[in-house]
Design a protein around this ligand. Structure first.
Ligand SMILES: *Cc1c(COP(=O)(O)O)cnc(C)c1O
Length: 383
């Protein structure tokens, strides 16, 4: 799905040089490459404060801790996402409230979000406290719509931009669009390191300083002063140095991702539902995800000719055993459930060759033209 070896071959001498520098310097934790990376990321996304973290998951968790979200607080999250989104809310002891998603964008559904907020406000024991929206597969959510809801209900808002680093919204980038944005540098994300990593973006210096304190065991101003319960959630110097090398080629990689996505769109849109395009928004193309009926048969046919594909996600979070206590069961979030049966993610990364893109297209087309039932989803979506 993502060929990291090809990228490494391209940048190898630079990677080896910066790793060697960190080894010589020996400041492995919060060393100079971390501060340099945080400044560079702030410039890139257009925010004032960046706090790098040990993972994207911690980049979601730390702001919730900093905001004091906990027991009795309802945190609204889409069900069609990766577990890290609801997990962060669960870990601070908050109540997870699952919200359905919109059919074409896979984003949290503003109408259902309003309905779930109203339900919580009608209950005596819960406070409508926070929402985590997710820029799923790299496409920014409707930030203006979410901002309106957040303002009306005074919610704490985290944008889960784990899949959307580099994505654009008008002339701005993800990381500058919500009060707090979390991203991930997991190797397979648009900007990935060689291990785990993440970052929090905000324009709020007070919140950023709180998160910095929590990132290092809740330290205070004095050495060995512990002023709050924190975590060990720092990004390593080695990973920061690697990310700085990858930033040098990142814009070029984004363009290549867009080129491949456009090629897939053109070649497949008559047979499958291709990812929605929204004027003014640029996806980071973490994933290129189509919808087809008979998805599992297509997946098997691709596997037969040696083409990888993935299902993100096979099960909505409200039907996962871990979240049972916050679930209303099968049928409660119909769009999230329906999507899980139809989505298929095709290979897309910046080092995919045109010939490989053509092979994927040919294999998908071969199967779908031979299986006319599979195409009905396009007609359904159009009607
Ligand atoms: C990858 C991912 C995360 C978590 O990031 P990690 O760096 O793997 O901890 C959170 N949310 C979404 C939507 C993701 O895809």
């Amino acid at each position: 799905m993502v060929d990291l070896k090809r990228q490494y071959q391209r940048i190898k001498p630079h990677i080896e040089a910066v790793i060697a520098d960190v080894l010589e310097d020996a400041r492995f934790v919060l060393g100079p490459p971390v501060a340099a990376l945080e400044r560079r990321l702030a410039d890139y996304v257009g925010c004032t404060e960046v706090v790098s973290t040990s993972s994207g998951t911690d980049a979601l968790l730390l702001p919730l801790m900093a905001a004091g979200i906990g027991p009795g607080d309802a945190v609204f999250v889409p069900s069609f996402t990766f577990t890290a989104t609801p997990e962060a809310a669960a870990r601070v002891g908050a109540e997870v409230v699952f919200v359905d998603v919109v059919e074409d964008s896979f984003h949290i559904d503003p109408t259902d979000l309003e309905a779930k907020i109203a339900e919580v406000k009608g209950s005596a024991h819960l406070r409508a406290a926070a929402v985590i929206s997710v820029d799923l597969f790299g496409l920014p959510v409707d930030y203006d719509a979410i901002a309106g809801i957040v303002a009306a209900h005074e919610l704490f808002w985290i944008s889960d931009g784990a899949q959307a680093f580099g994505a654009g919204y008008g002339d701005r980038r993800v990381g500058s669009l919500a009060p707090v944005t979390a991203t991930s540098f997991f190797p397979a994300k648009p900007l990935g390191c060689y291990g785990d990593g993440g970052a929090v973006f905000t324009n709020d210096p007070e919140l950023a300083n709180l998160i910095r304190s929590i990132r290092t065991h809740g330290h205070g101003g004095q050495k060995f002063e512990v002023v709050r319960i924190g975590a060990n959630a720092r990004l390593d110097s080695v990973q920061a140095a690697i990310l700085s090398v990858k930033m040098d080629v990142f814009d070029e990689e984004l363009s290549r991702r867009e080129e491949i996505a456009a090629a897939y769109d053109k070649a497949l849109s008559d047979l499958a539902v291709v990812p929605v395009r929204v004027p003014g928004r640029r996806s980071a193309w973490a994933n290129y995800t189509i919808k087809v009926k008979g998805r599992d048969a297509l997946r098997a046919a691709l596997a037969n000719v040696g083409i990888a594909s993935s299902v993100f996600y096979p099960t909505p979070m409200h039907l996962q055993p871990a979240y049972a206590k916050w679930s209303n069961g099968v049928g409660s979030l119909p769009m999230s459930e329906a999507l899980c049966a139809e989505v298929l993610t095709l290979p897309l990364h910046p080092y995919l060759l045109d010939s490989e893109v053509n092979d994927v297209v040919a294999a998908v087309r071969d199967h779908l033209t031979a299986a006319p039932d599979a195409q009905s989803v396009v007609a359904d979506a159009a009607s």
